[in-house]
Design a protein around this ligand. Structure first.
Ligand SMILES: Cc1ncc(COP(=O)(O)O)c(C=O)c1O
Length: 304
């Protein structure tokens, strides 16, 4: 599923550093650490009619990621919330919006890898766009396993939500070439890790399973999906999952801010038989929809 340009995003205002800029003037320096080495952390958030969804969860993960990368300075939550507030208000945005929140290590005094060259503090980018959920959650998506592995903590810990996305991009390229919607990435042991941009779940014998978060992003939608299962009394466990288990399961679905909860109807050319699993997925999707207003922070509350 290829996202399309939305003309409503032609003239948006984007927050970069300390203020707002029109789309064609919103830029970072060529000395910025994100340009030099993908040295940045990020979050994707959705705005619903009740406000910004799971904001505290996202800001906590952003802070944790920046701390893990030893950023010297991390902006205070009030600063970030205020930047989000001003961006949304400047664009008249109050629902059906996706925010790409990026915190780079900032500008360097000269090109180079060494973080000691970053002497101006981090740079916050708030890019809010009109955007519906990216996947069709009725007809679902088709995915293919790829040869690109997801990082283990031994390589680059997947618990850091960083901008070094090249292995996920390579997995997506493989899926594109094969004509599938997303690339499935395994861990270094050959178990299922996640899709290139979303987490994965499997339904089997009335229970729901998801891979341990050793080699996948511990997604916020993933966590909330597990909470929905618990509220509904549906057993949900983390476990090592092989491709064969996915092929023969009673349902597979992907979770993520960009698409919410999306049925996976085909893995590697094997259709997933939802005969027993679709009722469980419906229940979880409905519970997730009920959770949305509970976890939204109204936009006016973001103003410093
Ligand atoms: C690789 C990857 N997996 C999973 C997710 C889903 O995480 P979340 O539910 O927090 O949006 C993302 C979102 O950015 C991601 O980049």
């Amino acid at each position: 599923m290829l996202q399309q340009f939305d003309p409503r995003n032609q003239d948006i205002q984007i927050w970069v550093g300390t203020g707002l800029f029109p789309r064609n003037e919103a830029k970072v320096s060529v000395f910025d650490s994100s340009v030099q080495g993908g040295d940045a952390v990020w979050e994707g958030l959705r705005v619903y009619e009740n406000g910004v969804f799971a904001l505290d969860h996202h800001l906590q993960r952003l802070e944790n990621s920046a701390k893990a990368l030893a950023f010297h300075e991390i902006p205070k939550r009030e600063f970030i919330e205020n930047a989000i507030y001003h961006t949304l208000v400047a664009n008249g945005m109050d629902k059906d919006v996706h925010i790409r929140l990026t915190l780079t290590r900032g500008e360097k005094i000269t090109s180079g890898m060494d973080p000691r060259l970053n002497q101006f503090g981090p740079c916050l980018i708030v890019l809010a766009e009109w955007k519906p959920p990216v996947y069709d959650n009725q007809s679902g998506i088709r995915v293919i396993s790829t040869s690109v592995l997801r990082n283990s903590p031994r390589h680059l810990d997947s618990k850091i939500h960083h901008n070094n996305l090249l292995n996920n991009i390579l997995a997506k390229i493989q899926a594109n070439i094969a004509g599938f919607d997303a690339g499935l990435m395994l861990d270094t042991e050959g178990f299922v890790a996640e899709l290139n941009g979303t987490n994965l779940f499997m339904i089997r014998n009335g229970s729901v399973f998801t891979p341990f978060p050793h080699a996948c992003l511990p997604g916020i939608t993933r966590k909330l999906t597990m909470e929905c299962c618990s509220r509904l009394g549906i057993p949900c466990h983390e476990k090592n999952i092989s491709l064969t288990e996915l092929y023969t399961s009673e349902g597979v679905f992907a979770t993520g801010t960009m698409g919410e909860l999306t049925p996976v109807v085909n893995v590697d050319g094997r259709s997933i038989d939802f005969e027993n699993g679709s009722e469980i997925l419906d229940q979880i999707q409905n519970e997730f929809r009920r959770l949305i207003p509970e976890l939204c922070k109204p936009i006016h509350e973001l103003k410093a």
